[in-house]
Design a protein around this ligand. Sequence first.
Ligand code: F58
Length: 836
Amino acid sequence: MKTSKAKSPSRQRKPSVREDTRTGLSPEVMKRAIMDNLNFIQGRVPLTATRNDWYMALAYTVRDRILHRWMETIETYMGSKEKSVSYLSAEFLIGPQLGSNLLSLGIYEDARDAVAQLGQNLDKLLDQEEEPGLGNGGLGRLAACYLDSLATLEILGVGYGIHYEFGIFDQEIHDGWQVETSDKWLRLGTPWEVPRPEIAFVVHFGGHTEQYADENGRFKVRWIPARSVRGVAHDITVPGYRVNTVNLLRLWKAEATESFDLEAFNVGEYYRAVEDKVASENITKVLYPRDEALQGKRLRLEQQCFFVSCSLQDLFRVHLRRGDDLRDFHVSNAIQLNDTHPSIAVAEMMRLLVDEHDIEWDTAWDITQNTLGYTNHTLLPEALEKWPLPLFASVLPRHLEIILEINRRFLDEVRARGVTDNGRIARVSLIDETGERYVRMANLACVGSHAINGVAALHTELLKQDVLHDFYELFPDKFLNVTNGVTPRRWVLLSNPQLAELITSRIGDKWIRDMERHFPKLERFADEAEFQDKWRRIKYANKKKLASIIRGQTGIVVDAESLFDIQVKRIHEYKRQHLNLLHVIALYHRIKQNPRVDIVPRTVIFAGKAAPGYVMAKLIIKLINSVADVVNNDPDMDGRLKVVFLSDFNVKNAQPVYPAADLSEQISTAGKEASGTGNMKFSMNGALTVGTLDGANIEIREAVGEENFFLFGLTATEVKEFKSQGYDPMRYVEPGSELAAVIDLVARGHFSNGDPRLFMPLIDSFLHHDEYMLMADFQPYCDCQDRVDKAYRDEERWTRMSILNVARMGSFSSDRAIREYAEKIWNVKPVKIRIK
Ligand code: F58
């Protein structure tokens, strides 16, 4: 990674006698430290050391250097009155840590030297790392990008989440079908976390409540829980890029409050004695894969309350230790709720303040509202969390009482504001009483926060108009938009080192910390022949690298000269991987009809996991693989069309994908994708986008220029209109049309060995429901892809478009997003950390 090499001040670093083995940054000192760790942490000598031992030895070496900076950060924080941010999220998809930590410290090349002197290869050690898959997709990865930006912008902050023993499942493909295997990220231990057994809190569940009067005669409620669980902190450090700030990701792991129920043990019921321990530990056993039916999962509700309660208790502890009054909690704390998963925080904060810290309701309510901000990430009504009231009452009886009290006061306020329409009152109520009763978590989050934001301009508008319209009418000032962003450290510098180096050679390296300001300077090179040539060579090298990964994993040989057309994201009908596939089948059909047809050779690449219970998504994976089988084995397709499904899409596997793309597929049904973040990663790496007017695509298109973006499809408004007019997909499947031929191929079993039944559910959905409007968008999509073909044939024009895409993506850095949160929602400022 020459970018850091060229600029790294550590290049000039000489080993000094004063350099400490735990903190020194020269290759010599690091080499000594690595050997120490190999001997005394791994208990190995080079002769017996495995690759994992070397990886661990290096990782501990890096960790020491980060912890050194963390100590300075925490001392500065404890000694100051600065406000800090807590980002509460049930998911953090942080990816492999070694590479990004080396970059942050500015010792990537020095570490390469150090391990080389020990006979090791840094790339192989990097490859050894298993990532913590503590998230499903976009939402969890966004949280990780935001932690990176918080630290890089020198804002004091903590990510609070759950220490899942099993993260997102690993995906294998057997006979074209997705098969899930359990993720074992902790199997070989992880060097990045520091367990803190002394930082632990008790969280209660179940039981009942009792009313009483305290010594001053005040009305109080006591909760007599049925069960208690301990949450133990496990910290992962988050260093900012080339700054001294090191923040924490604090993950809570559930343990039994007592190791054994001694009474049961004594009477010889050994198994009953361990039951409680097992039940407690279950709470953080496994990450729920994003699923169709999340509701009613008791364990998930317990997970949410568990990590929120531990986090709030921890924040209160630190606040009090800093000598502050809890009444000023909001002055020194901002808490962001990443979707509704942590929204129980509204009730838990009230419970802690009122029940446990004796603060009167109204004051507690002010503190709560002033502290909390809520980010919504979805427009799908089925994804809005709600809990059946009886379930909620049995898990969190005291929280339910508090929610009912919040609701009573809130609905009074609504009526006092002159709202008389009972329908409206019923819609904003925290309790859904239209049938079986539910607690509505989004409503709770809206009422309990001072700010509510969507994650892209269109998304925020649709929240205001639709999903949260009633709340918008009540509190218009609470609503604002913060468009998502992604970190250029991981998604350009680490993933695409050659491009990063070329960029740095022309505009210097300040872009790494301020992309918004510096990337526009690239525009002036868009037409320069030499720059264009270098740009193309890098893309080609990245494509070759991905081609070799594809060959290694699937055996499929793809041509790096062909157009790499890539769609990687969770598999979901609204994301329309099957629309992409219909186009692939159309190309196949055209070549079959006329083997000499003039089309640009393409390699269409897919990757993504389907929720284990989502039957249609799994069938889409099977169809992709079935089409791939037919296409890749047909000699007529040689040199013209290839189809690839890469298994187990995660952060690590994603890193070589974005830099290798020519074309980025962002083709969701308009009005369904809240923002998207993959769209940003592709464009930052020089891919052009074929996309709908959905989520952040709209802003990306505005930024890069409409002439540098391939737009097609219905708008969100049109989708709505079509639906209200009674959309009939059959209208688009005209006899004799390409679409009819394509559907016919699938329906007749051309991709399923003549079995017409296998893909029947998909055909049925296309022709008779087509909820996501593939039929209406098919022709415009194919026409748009023809325009892509045409543009790709003009190498210079394409390269210019690619350069302009990158040059104009500055505002999609997560640094911009975090600055907006800091200014508009949190009211926090950077704090410089000095190493003494
Ligand atoms: C995603 N949501 C949005 N949810 O779909 C995407 O448009 C957006 O860019 C991203 O958030 C970041 O704002 C998302 O990833 C989940 O994964 C949930 C996990 C828990 C169950 C419900 C889905």
